[in-house]
Design a binder for this molecule. Structure first.
Ligand code: C2E
Ligand code: MG
Ligand code: MG
Length: 742
C-alpha cells in the first residue's frame, strides 16, 4: 500500500491505486438524495425557528427547553440526512451497516447541535466567537459523518481522497458559520418577509449540509482486490427505510415547529396580557395621582374639601355601624384677609402653611382628619368619646395658633374662631354636620371672634330666624318701609353747641319691634345688602340735612356710618355726590364714619377712594378708634378729619387710670396728626369733665342724649344748646326728660 496513508484510522489515497485493485463505481439513488436534502432543509428551518424561540424566551427553563428541542431538530435533521444519504448509496457489492456505530454518530450529531444551539442562545456574540463555535460545530458534523461512514462494512477497503475530505470539513464549518450568522440575523423580526428569509436561509443551510455530505461521499472510495466477484445491487429495502426515517424525522421536526409556533402564540398572548396589565397599572397610577391632585390642597398638603367629604362619608358609615362619636371643627383665622391685603399673598400663603402645620400638630391620632377648604377656612374631623374632648381640642388649637409667628420681618399673633358640631347629636349626614359646624363658627365670629361655639338647637332656630330676617330686610329696603334714622347729638366742647349729629339706623320690624343695627347690620353685610343699606342711609341723611336747613339749622352737620364693604366699592364717591346733589345740600355738612379696620384693609385702593370723597368736600372720620389694628404710619397718610375714641376706653373712667392715660395719649396723638377728637359713649359727668379737661373736642353719649328720631330732635337740641355754664351738666339728663323747659 505504498500509495496510501493512514490517519486516525482512515485510509487516504494520494495516487492511483496499485494494480490489482479496482475502484468501485458507486451511484446514488436520486430520490433518496432529494429526500435527504429535504430533511436537511427541514432540520435547518426547525433550528432557525428554535433559535428564535430561545432568543425570545423569558424564563431560563423555557430557554433551556427550546435549546434542547432545537438541538434535537438539528441533530435529527443532519443525522437523518446522513442516514438517508447512506441509504441512497449504491455499490456493486453487498454492504451492511453496523448499528451501534450509526447510533454513536447520532450522539455526535446531537452533541454538535447542542453546542450550536448553546452558542445561539447567547445574547451577544462577536464574529470570532461565531467562528470558533462554527469550527467546533463543523468538526462535530464532519466527525458524525465519518463515524457514520465507518459503520459501513463490506469486503471492499475504504479509501478517502484527502482534498475532498478536507473540503468536506471546510464545507461543514462554513455551513455552520452560515447557520449561526443567519439565525442570529433572523432571530429578531416578524412578518411575511422575515418568514421568506427564513425559508431561503433553510434552503441554503440544507444545501450546505448536503454538500458536506456528498463532498464526503466523493472523497469516499471503495476498492476491491482484482478479480473479486461483483454483485449487482439486488433488491433492497433502502427506499422504504429511507422514507420511514425521513417521515419520522420530518414528523418530529414538524411537531417541534408547531410546538414552537404554539409557544410563540402563547407568548404573544402572555405579552399582550402583560401589556394590558402594565397599561392597567399605569392607568391605576394615573388615577391615583389624579385623585391626589383632586383631593389635596397643594399649598398646605392637607386634604381639600372634596377629599374631606369623601373621608367624612366613610367615617360616618363606619361610626353609624359601630357607634361612636365624631366632632366636626370648623376653623377660621380671624382677620386673615388683612394679612393678605397688607403683606401680600405670598406672605399670606406662608402664614397659612405655618397655621396648617399648627393645626395638624394638634390632632392626636392619624385617624383624625385636617382639611383646608380654601382661603383661611380649615375643617377637622375628630374621633372622641365626649363633648368636652372637642372643647379641649379646640382650646388647644386656639392656644397653639396664638403663638407669635415671624413673617416678612414682623411678629404676628393670629387668633382663630371655631365652630363645632357633633355626631350623632347635631346631625346624621355630612351636609348637616358641616352646616351646623359652620353655623356655630358664624356664632363665634359674631361674638367677637377668637372663641369657640358648639352647635345648638337654639343656634339653628336663630339661623332660620336669620334667614327670615334677611328676607324681610331685603323687602324693607326694596319697599322703603320700616327703616329709619335716629340722630344722636355730638356736642362741641369749645363752642358749647351741638354741631353734629350721628345718623344711626333703626328698623321698625313688624313683629320684633324696633331693632338696633347690631341685629341686622352683620346680616346685611353677609348677604350683600349692606351697600344698598348704606346708600339708603346716605340719601336719607342728605334729605334730613335739607329738612334741618328748612328748620333753621343750616350749620348742623350729619355723620353717617359706612360699612367696610361699602368702602371697598369705587361707586361710593359717586353715590355720595348723587345723594348730596339730589337733596341740594352742601358737601361740607356731611361726614363719613369709617372703622379703622375698614381703612386698614386695602390701603392703596381705599386711599384713592377716600381722596375722592374728601375732594367732594365731605369730611372723614375714623370710628371706633382703638378697637382695630391701625398703624400710625398709615393713619398719617389718610385724609382724615376726625377721630372717634371708642366707648370701651371711656366706660371705666374714672375707675381705670390706665384707660385714662390711654385716652389722654390718643387725644394728644390725634391732635399731633391734626385730627379732631370725638369721644363716644359718654354717660357720666365725670367722664365729661375728664374729657373736657384733657382737650377732647367733641363728646357724644347718653349723658347728652340718646339717638332720637328727627321729629323729636328739636327739643333735645334746644335744651342742650341753651345750657349755660351756670347750669351743671349733671342736670341735663333730668332736664331734657321734661318738655316744660323746651
Ligand atoms: P357706632 O358708629 O360706634 O355708633 C355708636 C353706637 O353707640 C350707637 O349704637 C349708639 O346708640 C351707641 N351709643 C351712643 N352713646 C352711647 C352711650 O352713652 N352708651 C352706650 N352704651 N352706647 C352709646 P347703635 O345705634 O346701636 O349702633 C351700633 C353700630 O351700628 C354703630 O356703631 C355703627 O357701627 C353701626 N351703625 C349704625 N348705623 C349704621 C348705618 O346707618 N350704617 C352702617 N353701616 N352702620 C351703622
Ligand atoms: Mg359711628
Ligand atoms: Mg363707634
Amino acid at each position: 500500500m505504498g500509495h496510501a496513508m493512514e490517519w486516525l484510522g482512515l485510509h487516504f489515497i494520494t495516487e492511483l491505486p496499485d494494480a490489482g485493485k479496482v475502484i468501485l463505481n458507486c451511484v446514488h439513488d436520486p430520490f433518496l438524495v432529494l429526500l435527504a436534502y429535504l430533511v436537511a432543509c427541514a432540520g435547518s428551518f426547525a433550528t432557525l425557528d428554535m433559535a428564535e424561540r430561545v432568543a425570545h424566551a423569558q424564563k431560563p427553563a423555557s430557554r433551556r427547553l427550546w435549546c434542547w428541542v432545537g438541538a434535537g431538530c438539528l441533530a435529527g435533521g443532519i443525522w437523518a440526512m446522513h442516514f438517508i444519504g447512506m441509504l441512497a448509496f449504491e455499490a456493486p457489492i453487498s454492504v451492511h451497516y453496523q448499528l451501534p456505530v450509526t447510533f454513536a454518530s447520532l450522539l455526535i450529531a446531537l452533541l454538535a447541535s447542542w453546542l450550536a444551539m448553546q452558542t445561539l442562545s447567547r445574547p451577544a456574540l462577536n464574529i470570532w466567537q461565531c467562528l470558533l463555535a462554527s469550527i467546533w460545530v463543523g468538526l462535530g458534523i464532519a466527525t458524525m459523518h465519518y463515524v457514520g461512514m465507518s459503520a459501513l462494512h463490506s469486503q471492499a477497503t475504504v479509501y478517502y481522497q484527502p482534498t475532498l475530505f478536507a473540503l468536506s470539513i471546510v464545507i461543514a464549518i462554513v455551513a455552520s458559520l452560515a447557520a449561526l450568522l443567519l439565525s442570529r440575523y433572523l432571530r429578531n423580526g416578524s412578518g411575511m418577509f422575515h418568514q421568506l428569509l427564513k425559508y431561503g436561509a433553510s434552503l441554503i443551510l440544507g444545501t450546505g449540509i448536503i454538500s458536506m455530505h456528498f463532498t464526503g461521499m466523493a472523497a469516499f472510495n471503495l476498492m476491491l482486490p482484482a478479480g473479486s466477484v461483483l454483485t449487482q445491487p439486488g433488491e433492497n429495502n433502502h427506499l422504504q427505510l429511507g422514507l420511514t426515517v425521513a417521515i419520522m424525522t420530518l414528523l418530529i421536526i414538524g411537531s417541534s415547529i408547531s410546538a414552537a409556533l404554539a409557544d410563540k402564540k402563547l407568548q404573544h398572548k402572555e405579552q399582550d396580557l402583560q401589556r394590558v396589565n402594565s397599561l392597567l397599572t399605569q392607568l391605576d397610577q394615573a388615577r391615583v395621582s389624579l385623585q391626589q391632585v383632586a383631593h389635596f390642597d397643594p399649598l398646605t398638603n392637607l386634604v381639600n374639601r372634596r377629599g374631606f367629604n369623601q373621608l367624612f362619608a366613610e367615617k360616618l358609615i363606619e361610626k353609624t355601624h359601630t357607634g361612636g362619636m365624631l366632632a366636626v371643627l370648623f376653623l377660621d383665622i380671624d382677620h386673615f384677609k388683612r394679612i393678605n391685603d397688607s403683606l401680600g399673598h405670598d406672605a399670606g400663603d406662608e402664614l397659612l402653611k405655618v397655621l396648617a402645620s399648627h393645626i395638624k400638630g394638634s390632632v392626636r391620632s392619624h385617624e383624625d382628619v385636617v382639611a383646608r377648604f380654601g382661603g383661611d377656612e380649615f375643617c377637622m374631623l375628630i374621633n372622641l368619646h365626649d363633648r368636652e374632648e372637642a372643647r379641649h381640642m379646640a382650646q388647644r388649637i386656639m392656644l397653639k395658633m396664638k403663638e407669635p409667628i415671624e413673617l416678612a420681618g414682623r411678629r404676628m399673633v393670629m387668633t382663630t374662631s371655631i365652630g363645632i358640631s357633633l355626631f350623632p347629636e347635631d346631625g346624621k349626614t355630612c351636609d348637616e354636620l358641616l352646616k351646623n359646624a359652620d353655623l356655630a363658627l358664624y356664632q363665634s365670629k359674631g361674638s367677637g371672634r377668637n372663641g369657640l361655639n358648639f352647635f345648638s338647637a337654639n343656634l339653628k332656630a336663630r339661623a332660620t330666624l336669620e334667614l327670615q330676617l334677611e328676607e324681610e330686610l331685603r323687602h324693607a329696603l326694596r319697599e322703603d318701609t320700616g327703616l329709619m334714622l335716629h340722630y344722636q347729638p355730638i356736642y362741641d366742647l369749645k363752642t358749647g353747641q351741638v354741631s353734629k349729629l350721628e345718623a344711626l339706623i333703626r328698623w321698625q320690624h313688624p313683629v320684633h319691634g324696633l331693632l338696633a343695627p347690631d341685629r341686622f347690620i352683620a346680616l346685611a353685610e353677609t348677604n350683600g345688602l349692606i351697600t344698598e343699606l348704606d346708600n339708603w342711609v346716605l340719601r336719607k341723611a342728605c334729605e334730613d340735612l335739607g329738612e334741618l336747613s328748612l328748620q333753621g339749622c343750616e350749620a348742623l352737620r350729619i355723620a353717617v356710618n359706612c360699612s367696610p364693604l361699602s368702602l371697598a366699592r369705587e361707586e361710593l364717591a359717586g353715590q355720595i355726590e348723587h345723594a348730596l346733589r339730589s337733596a341740594g345740600v352742601a358737601p361740607q355738612r356731611l361726614e363719613l364714619e369709617v372703622t379703622e379696620n375698614a381703612l386698614m384693609g386695602n390701603i392703596a385702593d381705599t386711599l384713592v377712594l377716600l381722596k375722592q370723597i374728601r375732594a367732594l368736600g365731605v369730611s372723614l372720620s375714623i370710628d371706633d378708634f382703638g378697637t382695630g389694628y391701625s398703624s400710625l404710619a398709615y393713619l398719617k397718610r389718610l385724609p382724615l378729619n376726625t377721630l372717634k375714641i371708642d366707648r370701651s376706653f371711656i366706660q371705666e373712667i374714672p375707675k381705670s387710670t390706665q384707660d385714662m392715660e390711654i385716652v389722654q395719649a390718643i387725644i394728644a396723638m390725634a391732635h399731633t396728626l391734626h385730627l379732631e377728637v370725638v369721644t363716644e359713649g359718654v354717660e357720666t359727668f365725670e367722664q365729661y369733665q375728664f374729657l373736657e379737661r384733657h382737650g377732647c373736642d367733641f363728646v357724644q353719649g347718653y349723658l347728652l342724649s340718646r339717638p332720637v328720631p328727627l321729629a323729636d330732635l328739636r327739643p333735645v337740641l334746644n335744651e342742650i344748646n341753651q345750657r349755660n355754664h351756670s347750669y351743671p351738666l349733671t342736670s341735663l339728663s333730668l332736664v331734657h326728660g321734661t318738655s316744660a323747659l323746651m
